[in-house]
Design a protein around this ligand. Structure first.
Ligand SMILES: *Cc1c(COP(=O)(O)O)cnc(C)c1O
Length: 401
């Protein structure tokens, strides 16, 4: 590595510059694009050198399960972008959240979380945490601060929230929950996947940790799985480092390289997708076959004020809508779509739609689905980069038939 193009520690670059250049290190060849170090191991000059590096007495890479130059470029870029001290990239979003929830806890600890979470997170909290002797307290609504106060009136180790949440785009007031979490002696983790770092900045609002699935807007073109954990250097070293190194949730250098290239255009893509989603939401809201549309940027979203306060630049690329006639009407509509694809993925350049009650949220009990207000009339749409007139016409013909 001969040339380091990271900004000075004062970090004066603006976010768009950071997304294109942050964290880049160049080899002696002076390549323009980030190099792909597709190697598992590293060699040493001598056994003394190897021993010193492995003891952490000398800098340098050891093994790609611990760290890799391409993955490190991504971690540094994400940390600069998020305003976090450091980052660890992982093989998937769930590897990030799993590491984040499991590594710091011990038996007797307590985790607080709302029901409105990505369903694999619900699975971990419901099935894995009790096996480890960790108690989980569920918060039923996401916005009732009295309920949050009750849940956080006794000591708690971690709080996990998602805002906007999957699938109905509920809001959690990040600053209010951060304050309550800290008063209970805990740390707040925000799953910021739906907003992305372009539209919402949890650390500035008091969050201790931010987690991502880079699979979504960061790759943004449906190619790779990946995840990231962002937080304070000392916390990462004390609470996550050993778990990360020895259990192997590491990201592949190839995937890190793809995501680095994805980040170069993320600002453009997320803003365009968010503007597109707003147009589609407004157009669907006037459709006679629709009961309701939920979009964080619309004033008729029940949590609009919270969203507007913490996502001032746009409501994001996801919306949900409830269709008259329930599951049969929803399935019939999905079967008539010609352009929009049926998929549970999101944040992609291609618009994707899913019926959460019978797919992503199928494993929840009826009561759990009722607790988050999800019945079988709802569809979740991830709006991509296609022309919004083509998207709206596809939805309208499928609704009309
Ligand atoms: C997709 C997603 C995850 C999980 O990420 P994977 O990369 O699929 O493992 C977690 N949280 C949210 C909000 C997501 O959308």
């Amino acid at each position: 590595m001969s040339k380091d193009t990271r900004p000075p520690k004062s970090g004066k670059w603006r976010p768009q510059t950071m997304m294109v250049r942050g964290g880049t290190t160049r080899s002696e060849h002076g390549e323009t694009s980030e190099a792909l170090y597709l190697n598992s191991g590293f060699v040493y000059e001598s056994p003394e050198e190897q021993s010193a590096r492995m003891a952490g007495e000398k800098p340098g890479y050891i093994y790609s399960r611990y760290a890799n130059p391409t993955v490190r470029m991504l971690e540094e870029r994400l940390a600069l972008l998020e305003g976090a001290e450091d980052c660890r990239a992982t093989a998937s979003g769930m590897a990030a959240i799993h590491t984040m929830l499991v590594a710091p806890v011990k038996p007797g600890d307590r985790i607080v979380a709302p029901r409105a979470l990505f369903s694999s997170c619900v699975w971990i909290l419901k099935n894995l945490m009790p096996k480890m002797g960790v108690e989980v307290t569920w918060v039923e609504g996401t916005t009732d601060l009295n309920e949050w106060k009750r849940a956080l009136s006794k000591p708690c180790r971690l709080v996990l929230i998602e805002t906007p949440s999957n699938p109905l785009l509920d809001a959690v007031d990040i600053r209010a929950v951060a304050d309550l979490t800290h008063a209970a002696g805990g740390e707040l983790i925000v799953d910021n996947v739906f907003a992305s770092p372009i539209l919402q900045r949890p650390i500035e609002l008091g969050a201790d940790w931010v987690v991502y699935s880079t699979t979504k807007h960061m790759d943004g073109q449906g190619r790779t799985l990946g995840g990231a954990i962002l937080g304070k250097t000392k916390k990462i070293e004390d609470d996550l480092q050993q778990y990360y190194r020895h259990t192997g949730p590491s990201m592949s250098p190839f995937n890190a390289w793809i995501v680095l290239k994805g980040l170069e255009t993320m600002d453009l893509r997320v803003r365009a997708m968010s503007a597109n989603a707003r147009k589609i939401a407004d157009r669907l809201a006037g459709n006679p076959k629709i009961n309701a549309v939920r979009y964080p940027g619309r004033t008729d979203h029940p949590h609009h004020n919270i969203h507007a306060g913490q996502m001032p630049d746009g409501g994001g690329s996801l919306l949900a809508f409830s269709i008259k006639g329930g599951k049969d009407a929803a399935y019939a509509m999905l079967n008539r779509l010609n352009l929009i694809d049926i998929s549970n993925n999101l944040g992609d350049a291609k618009s994707l739609i899913t019926h959460p009650a019978t797919t992503t949220h199928r494993t929840l009990t009826d009561d759990e689905r009722a607790a988050i207000g999800l019945d079988d009339t709802w569809l979740r749409l991830s709006v991509g980069l296609e022309d919004t007139d083509d998207l709206a016409e596809d939805l309208e013909q499928a609704l009309r038939s």
